[in-house]
Design a protein around this ligand. Structure first.
Ligand SMILES: Cc1ncc(COP(=O)(O)O)c(C=O)c1O
Length: 433
């Protein structure tokens, strides 16, 4: 028997073409390397992951209590396929009162976080082989495109520029609109922590409306996925703009992605939602009901209660925004002071989300032991090994390999570490020639 097993050839357990060629998350890969270092006892300031350390940024206490209460009340059976009615009502009221957007409860779909919502939008509006337009750096559009069409070649991307805060302009997107079935935009943007200006987003909306006029009623329209998951985390005078408030006609073509993962520091609670035209939302609901990507019922019931009290929602936001902003501003000032001292670094003033855009323009610099920092990977490793600071290069978000810009995420950062990190960077930078 054992002889027979030994002589059998190992089967070729290859998966289908789409899964075989799907690239895993570059950020999660990088984070795994860093966690390995941490496990080995190295002190690393790990600012790679777009998540919160719950010991520093816990979810609202009231939300936690409601979740426990919901389990105590046995809210453990299947939720409604489009989400529990109370939560859809709470979301509808929240976005009306805080964003001025009117979506009825049957134009809202609840899911287990924003990811399934994004997946459902791609599956719903795209035919196989249709193309998707998005800016880079941006988060995961390449992978969603691949999962939909089985090939990365269906992505159409434009690389954004630092002088535009890495947000796309209408002129950059325009040449591609005719060729695509979906435009995927995000503001505030992961990885940059920057936002659309009113003017730019208005111009983009006008372009999409014009393109849909050109397509006419007999063709499937060009849709816009608008990911606003960070919209509640804007700082100071920065305002969040959305396509439908700017151009009400965009309501027909826009599907919003939103949820509590970032604004309530609740990435592990898994409650997200979409708002959009009823017909599209219903199709998304059918898709997700087969996937079973509901948010757990107890979490839905609890989120409905929490979000129904806008005073406690606002109080939580005020608090988290102050804490996140203090870190982002601290790092921005630190980078600007390093720049003022002549080091080849830079940063873009933080506007929103939990990210700071920083630059290490160190290509060609020589280390103390005579090695040249020839690639972005060399720079990333140098900063990690010498300053013990881990950040994600924009090429992990689709930017070109030679980009020397990085995302610094502060969701795991203690305020007192900001100064220490800048000091550590200064020491590491001083050793370069
Ligand atoms: C822009 C953006 N959209 C969506 C998500 C996914 O959110 P969720 O954790 O709710 O699936 C993320 C997570 O990092 C994100 O950055």
């Amino acid at each position: 028997m054992s002889n027979a097993t030994a002589t059998q050839s190992t089967p070729d357990l290859r998966a289908g073409r789409m899964a075989e060629s799907l690239i895993g998350s570059e950020i999660i890969k990088l984070a795994a390397e860093i966690n390995e270092k941490i496990r080995n006892g190295e002190k690393v300031y790990n600012f790679t992951i777009g998540d919160f350390n719950p010991k520093i940024f816990p979810i609202p206490t009231a939300l936690k209590k409601e979740i426990i209460a919901a389990y105590d009340a046995d809210e453990t059976n299947y939720p409604a396929a489009d989400g529990v009615a109370e939560l859809r009502k709470a979301v509808s009221e929240l976005i009306e009162k805080r964003q001025g957007l009117k979506y009825a409860t049957d134009e809202i779909l609840i899911a287990g976080g924003a990811r399934p919502v994004i997946y459902a939008i791609y599956r719903t509006v795209l035919d196989p082989g249709e193309k998707v337009l998005f800016p880079v750096p941006s988060w995961n559009n390449n992978h969603y495109t691949h999962m939909n069409s089985g090939d990365y070649s269906f992505q159409v991307f434009v690389e954004t520029k630092p002088e535009n805060n890495f947000m796309p302009t209408a002129a950059e997107l325009k040449p591609h609109l005719k060729d695509v079935a979906l435009v995927s935009l995000c503001s505030p943007l992961n990885p940059t922590g920057t936002t659309f200006t009113k003017e730019t987003l208005t111009e983009i909306c006008d372009m999409i409306l014009e393109e849909n006029k050109r397509r006419g009623p007999s063709q499937k329209p060009l849709y816009l996925l608008y990911d606003q998951i960070y919209w509640a985390l804007t700082f100071g005078d920065v305002k969040h703009y959305d396509p439908v408030s700017l151009r009400p006609e965009m309501r027909n073509y826009t599907i919003f992605v939103d949820g509590i993962s970032k604004s309530l520091a609740a990435t592990g609670v898994r409650v997200g939602w979409a708002m959009g035209p009823k017909r599209i939302v219903e199709k998304m609901k059918s898709i997700l009901s087969h996937v079973g990507a509901w948010a757990p019922k107890a979490e839905q019931v609890a989120s409905a209660k929490f979000l129904s009290d806008l005073n406690q929602y606002d109080a939580f936001l005020d608090d988290i925004k102050e804490k996140v902003n203090a870190r982002l501003v601290g790092f921005h000032k630190g980078f600007q002071s390093l720049k003022a001292k002549g080091f080849k670094v830079d940063s873009i003033a933080p506007q929103a989300a939990i990210y700071l855009t920083v630059q290490f323009a160190l290509h060609g610099k020589k280390t103390a032991d005579g090695k040249t920092l020839a690639t972005t990977k060399d720079i990333t490793s140098y900063i990690l090994n010498e300053a013990k600071v881990a950040v994600v290069p924009f090429n992990a978000f689709g930017a070109s390999a030679e980009s020397n810009w990085y995302r610094l995420s502060v969701g795991t950062c203690k305020l007192e570490d900001v100064e220490l990190v800048i000091e550590s960077l200064e020491k590491a930078l001083s050793k370069l020639s």
